[in-house]
Design a protein around this ligand. Structure first.
Ligand code: ATP
Length: 328
């Protein structure tokens, strides 16, 4: 493919994540550096179906490395889930003489990219851009570090009010399938308890543990709850349950929600996005396709896109123990 590689298209898809702009910038500038043409597709797969793309040059991406969100916009496209939608998208790639597509997004976006490759033999490369850090084959996804810092900052502020009023706060953070944000931000912000989707702590154990903490002299508490925790109750029901079974605390619930996606990307995310964006273009130049570019032990690596969609082998045991020890 190296000989005929001339035109590359890039899009952002799924939930936006801080650092996506830095990744687009790196792709565009790597294309410029290696004398390739780069096209930006607006609104993810939806824009691909509607042929919303335009050429980008090194100057088109000035002043965006520090901006959250994605200037190409992102979208969730129902039409791309259908074979007619994908046929239209492929037709537009061919009509614009695009040789390969770089998709910045999460596992859903990669599933779509893989279908494009399998159905039309079209080369694709995935760059993991999602705050959840839930992708196999990379230690970090773009946006995760920034989201962690946002969550820690928010919890620090909530702690001020919790300790002033002897309150117990349940704070819901993002993570339907992965507890990475909850666990790491929970440890970083000194949470008393952390509930994650990968481990079912059981409500009784939670209450016992909170009672024990109170006996040791704690007057306020922070419990970090990932969206996908396994208690079987939503955060408000969980709050009511804790209030009914624990004396001496006022219980409050705070759902952090979309603030976790916003804000200027951290330096780590900017550098990560830059490395992965350049890595994606260089991989195409080396003739690679249908892979995801990731970071493993600080090295830029690649794995087949199919493998990136497999379940992650992420061991949280050590972190859970650290959380238990540091919250006594
Ligand atoms: P995040 O992790 O932030 O949610 P994501 O990439 O997983 O990001 P999704 O909404 O799951 O976000 O997927 C983004 C888009 O990818 C979808 O709107 C759809 O267009 C496409 N997509 C997802 N799953 C499939 C599928 N099975 N077949 C074809 N396209 C898909």
């Amino acid at each position: 493919m190296t000989e005929k590689l001339k035109n590359i298209a890039v899009l952002t898809s799924g939930g936006d994540a801080p650092g996506m702009n830095a990744a687009i910038r790196a792709v565009v500038r790597a294309c410029s550096f290696y004398d390739l043409n780069c096209f930006g597709v607006y609104k993810g797969y939806e824009g691909l179906i509607n042929n919303e793309m335009e050429p980008l040059n090194a100057r088109s991406v000035r002043n965006i490395i520090n901006k959250g969100g994605t200037f190409l916009k992102s979208a969730r496209s129902k039409a791309f889930m259908t074979s007619e939608g994908r046929k239209k998208a492929h037709g537009n790639l061919i009509a614009n003489q695009i040789d390969a597509l770089i998709v910045i997004g999460g596992d859903g976006s990669f599933t779509g990219a893989l279908k494009l490759s399998e159905e039309f033999d079209f080369p694709v490369i995935g760059i993991p851009g999602t705050i959840d850090n839930d992708i196999n084959g990379t230690d970090y996804t773009i946006g995760y570090d920034t989201a962690l810092n946002t969550v820690v900052e928010a919890i620090d502020k909530i702690r001020d009010t919790a300790s002033s009023h002897n309150r117990l706060f349940l704070i819901e953070v993002m993570g339907r399938d992965a507890g990475d944000i909850a666990l790491n931000a929970g440890i970083g912000a000194g949470a008393e308890e952390i509930l994650i989707p990968e481990e079912d702590m059981g409500i009784d154990r939670l209450i016992d543990s909170l009672k024990k903490s109170k006996k040791t002299g704690k007057t306020s508490s922070i419990i970090v709850v990932a969206e996908g925790d396994k208690s079987g109750k939503n955060i408000f029901e969980l709050g009511e349950h804790v209030e009914q079974h624990l004396d001496g605390y006022e219980v409050r619930v705070s759902v952090l929600g979309h603030i976790q996606r916003g804000g200027a990307p951290s330096c780590y995310d900017r550098v990560l996005a830059s490395k992965l964006g350049v890595g994606a273009v260089e991989a195409l130049l080396e003739g690679k396709r249908d892979i995801m570019i990731g970071i493993v032990h600080k090295d830029v690596t690649s794995i087949p896109l199919k493998q990136a969609l497999e379940k992650r082998d992420h061991q949280h045991d050590r972190l859970i123990k650290v959380a238990d020890i540091t919250s006594v």
